[in-house]
Design a protein around this ligand. Structure first.
Ligand SMILES: Nc1nc2c(ncn2[C@@H]2O[C@H](COP(=O)(O)OP(=O)(O)O)[C@@H](O)[C@H]2O)c(=O)[nH]1
Ligand SMILES: [Mg+2]
Length: 331
């Protein structure tokens, strides 16, 4: 539990993954490069073409393979979300297939080079080498396509910092975005959430002298989780690895269009599904007089400071107990 935040360091930017060519595109690229190679005679030309092919494939495969991180060692949020939307097993399998293609192609080329040096007719060797390379690349065609799709999906995963994080939840129109903007010192950044049309807004603000990341999750934590499909539910629950604290906003005036009853049952569900501490608060205090829980109004500014202090206290508890654990583990 506790090492979660310690491990949160972001080591992977999915946006930087390279585009992966399809089998025919890759073959085209390699063979086109080889076709431009010359030499003093047929034999030398064939040798030069083969060395070019060897370099093109080696560089290409190693660029793709090294662009992927060790998925098992990623921070929990990234590991789980990637496993949910792409599948880490599938990624491993495809990367393994490329490593296999790489070794096999190098072996084929080396054998062909030996044959040419040993006196075999260069054009015949070249022709059969091209055929064998094409067959290897076509065998991993599905893996190339998968890696490219995976890249498209993963680039949607927002890059988040490892600062203390507050995830804001509550039904639509209760005042989540207004609250996040009030506490954010800069305009919240928008990131899309994998495989959905949903965006998450990441604001940064200072709470109690600490830079805090505020995540507004429209469309994610704003209606019953149990009604989502399995994948969407899993993806939503990945947020639990980021949330040092959840702020649940209730609009008791029901001007948001949702009854207090449904809002409270969403609160219960979130408390059940997430292990992070949940602070539940009222919004729109300018419109009502309920004070049985903390409340705020983004219109009058009432309560904002008090809620910032509540958040600060939660984070303080969490980080203080973490320091204590670390000291304990040193003793
Ligand atoms: N009266 C009043 N209205 C508010 C307050 N905060 C937000 N609103 C209004 O409530 C509506 C929904 O706010 P928004 O922040 O977009 O809610 P979200 O959907 O939960 O992000 C908007 O029309 C806001 O102007 C508040 O403190 N008092
Ligand atoms: Mg909103």
């Amino acid at each position: 539990m506790e090492e979660e935040t310690v491990e949160k360091k972001i080591t992977f930017e999915p946006r930087k993954l390279p585009t992966v060519l399809r089998a025919e595109e890759l073959l085209d690229k390699a063979f086109r490069r080889a076709s431009k190679v010359s030499g003093r005679n047929k034999r030398e030309r064939a040798i030069n073409k083969l060395s070019t092919l060897s370099n093109v494939f080696r560089d290409y495969f190693s660029r793709i393979i090294t662009s992927h991180p060790s998925y098992q060692n990623l921070p929990d949020f990234y590991r789980e979300i990637i496993d949910t939307v792409v599948g880490i097993g599938n990624l491993r399998k495809s990367l393994g297939a490329l490593a296999w293609a790489d070794t096999t192609i190098q072996r084929i080329i080396n054998k062909s080079l030996r044959e040419i040096r040993g006196g075999k007719e260069p054009d015949t060797v070249l022709k059969s080498t091209y055929g064998r390379i094409s067959s290897i690349i076509n065998q991993v065609g599905k893996n190339l396509e998968f890696l490219n799709q995976a890249k498209q999906i993963m680039r949607e995963i927002p890059t988040l910092s490892d600062e203390p994080t507050v995830v804001v939840a509550g039904y639509p129109n209760v005042g989540k975005s207004s609250f996040v903007s009030t506490l954010s010192t800069v305009k919240p950044e928008v990131a899309s959430y994998p495989f959905t049309t949903k965006k998450i807004f990441v604001g940064k603000g200072k709470i109690g002298g600490r830079v805090v990341q505020l995540i507004d999750t429209p469309g994610l934590l704003d209606r019953p989780i149990h009604k989502r499909n399995r994948i969407e539910k899993k993806a939503i629950l990945c947020l639990r690895h980021l949330a040092d604290c959840i702020l649940f906003i209730i609009d008791p005036t029901e001007t948001c269009g949702y009854s207090v009853g449904s809002q409270l049952s969403l609160l219960k569900e979130i408390e059940r599904e997430f292990s992070s501490p949940v602070i539940s608060i009222y919004s729109k205090t300018d419109l009502h007089t309920l004070r049985d829980r903390p409340g705020f109004s983004t219109i009058t500014g009432e309560g904002i400071e008090e809620i910032a202090q509540l958040i600060d206290k939660e984070l303080e508890n969490k980080f203080r107990s973490k320091e204590r654990d670390m000291q304990d583990s040193l003793l």
